[in-house]
Ligand binder design. Structure first.
Ligand SMILES: *Cc1c(COP(=O)(O)O)cnc(C)c1O
Ligand code: SF4
Length: 336
């Protein structure tokens, strides 16, 4: 299937988009820092011959990845130490009061160069029957938790059968109300939304949401639209989260178009994340001042429900941290 057919070699990816690998010889060495992995449906959305294509930029190794400025680390969110439920249930992250995160599956269908997971051997992670039992016990002892978020890596790398079993087991915990999946897979391989998955998500009393991850309007394909329509008709709530990325979506037009295209396929913008400061991703950084300017422009040009929350994840905080506009509008006009 599509996962096996994904590009893993920079030269093949470059040729597929009509670029000459010889022009990138100093760049592709960055592949040793984090493997290249790009499913073909995502490549088909790139513009041939454009080295600055916003989708290509997210996945192509670049020589800038060898730079490690001050403030960047391999574990910017202190995730390994913040695994607060670790002793009681491995693979469970309980940082926010009412919801827990299950690390269901290590790998991803696509390797995004800006991802904070680029330094972890997440491919080895598996969520087995024993962990499921530990998780159910933990949830029974923590009635404050009313939502479970399946995360990863990418939780849709798990089989439909496993997802169905986990969600059915979660539905037996009376204090749980919601199940949520955070996944980039529907964007990069829309066919991942199978009938079995739709049934697994909607077969129980739990309210189901799916948060997809698209950063640019060009990622919103007709086949993604078809997959979202199936989910919506089945009653799944649909949201999107993005990362603000220099050279990809750091203009008012790019962000406005993304929100418009998302709503065209019935997906609501949820979060716009500031980059996690992970070594190898510094060339994607957008300053907070510029981020605030972009967010203000979105407010001017979009209805409120199409403006995502601008946030940063700060290790140890009890929710995502909003990046509030500082009101200094004259300074912001410097970006026009
Ligand atoms: C982002 C996140 C959540 C979910 O937060 P919401 O604001 O509900 O989307 C939960 N747990 C952890 C550890 C997270 O990082
Ligand atoms: S976790 Fe998300 S952002 Fe990171 S590599 Fe996987 S799909 Fe990309």
């Amino acid at each position: 299937m599509e996962l096996q057919r994904a590009f893993t070699r920079p030269d093949e990816l470059l040729r597929a988009v009509a670029l000459d690998p010889a022009d990138f010889s100093a760049d592709v060495k960055a592949r040793q820092l984090f493997p290249l992995r790009v499913p073909r449906p995502f490549v088909h959305l790139m513009e041939a011959g454009n080295p600055h294509d916003p989708l290509l930029r997210q996945v192509l190794p670049l020589r800038q990845e060898f730079h490690a400025p001050a403030g960047y680390s391999t574990d910017p969110l202190h995730e390994q130490s913040a695994d607060t439920a670790k002793d009681e249930a491995k693979g469970l992250l309980h940082k926010y009061r009412s919801r827990v995160l299950i690390i269901l599956k290590g790998g991803c269908a696509i390797n995004c160069r800006y991802c904070f997971r680029r330094h972890f051997p997440y491919d080895e992670v598996r969520f087995d029957q024993h962990q499921l039992e530990q998780t159910l016990a933990y949830l029974s002892n923590h009635p404050d938790v009313n939502e479970v978020i399946l995360s990863g890596g990418d939780p849709l790398m798990a089989s439909d059968h496993q997802l169905q079993r986990i969600i059915a087991a979660l539905a037996d915990i009376p204090t749980l109300k919601r199940v949520r999946i955070h996944s980039r897979l529907p964007v990069v391989i829309p066919a991942r939304i199978t009938q079995e998955l739709v049934v697994a998500l909607t077969a129980t009393r739990l309210k189901a949401s799916l948060v997809i991850h698209a950063n640019h309007a060009n990622e919103i394909s007709p086949s993604l639209g078809e997959s979202m329509a199936v989910l919506r008709q089945a009653g799944v709530h649909l949201f999107n989260q993005s990362v603000l990325l220099k050279g990809v979506n750091d203009t008012p037009d790019a962000l406005v178009n993304l929100s418009e295209r998302l709503f065209d396929i019935d997906v609501l913008p949820y979060y716009l994340h500031q980059l996690d400061k992970v070594i190898g991703a510094a060339h994607f950084e957008v300053t907070d001042t510029k981020a605030q300017y972009l967010w203000q422009q979105m407010n001017i040009r979009l209805p409120g429900f199409l403006v995502p929350k601008l946030v940063r994840e700060v290790g140890g905080e009890h929710s995502k941290t909003p990046i509030m506009p500082d009101g200094n509008v004259t300074k912001l006009s410097a970006f026009e």
